[in-house]
Design a protein around this ligand. Sequence first.
Ligand SMILES: [Fe+2]
Length: 296
Amino acid sequence: MTMNSPLWGAELDHIRLDSAAPERLAAFYRDAFAMVEQPLADGSTLLRGQNRRLIVGAAGGAEPTAGQPYSAFRFPDGAGLAAYKAHLTAQGVNLMPCPTPLFAPGAFAVADPDGRHMVFGLAAGAGQSDAMAADGAAGHPPGRLQHVVVATADLAAMMAFYENTLGFVATDHVLRDDEGGGQTLTAVFYRSTPEHHSFAMFLSDAARPDHHAYEVSCWNDIRDWADHMAALEIKLWWGPGRHGPGNNLFFMVEDPDGYKVEISAELESMADDDPVRHWPHTERSLNLWGPGWMRA
Ligand SMILES: [Fe+2]
């Protein structure tokens, strides 16, 4: 099933965060996540570290997705991107200009039902991993930008778009028991490679950014990142713990705008034909070790 998805092989390359105080936000990511700041031509700022990058810009709108206006996924090669573009075109999806300067010509964007943009393209110039390998401050543990998560008030419409139109493959569902005996989906985790999820969404009262995550190589890296945060007097906001879906070790911190950022390790790898699994909507599903962050 998964290998038939035209999206298969695409990985999260970068996201954009917009802020009313972009200089403060960029400085936070530079220091907390050991990245180098680089001004871009449009006035935004690129933050680059080893295998991680994001763009911070000035807040431009009041729409609920404004704080995290797009997520950009990178295809491994031009043939994959071309096939994906043809797949979307055949469905009548409106393809829009690429909003990010970090992708090569030929990249494009689509709008999801909440108005957030998903961008698909190829790394500009040399392969992204080559170009990014030398960036970032030395001496820090690794942290590869790995997944991005959004909250939505309309999970059904969002699921239809992300699964049927875009081709994300569902890995895990979280279900809440209703008083009437039925069940309500409260979270869906999606993969686009064997990694358990590269994208996920949570049911909430409104569309909003949720968090993004950097994957590290082991538990000791989590310790080292937590010590790094401690040196900067950045308190852990949630965790350390272990998620049920994904089985990954994690902690989260809050950036100055209240957006959550995760350090993760041991994220599960899935087999191509693994069916969707189901989890109860409990604190324990979200954190096997302790308190859960309940969005709904
Ligand atoms: Fe996460």
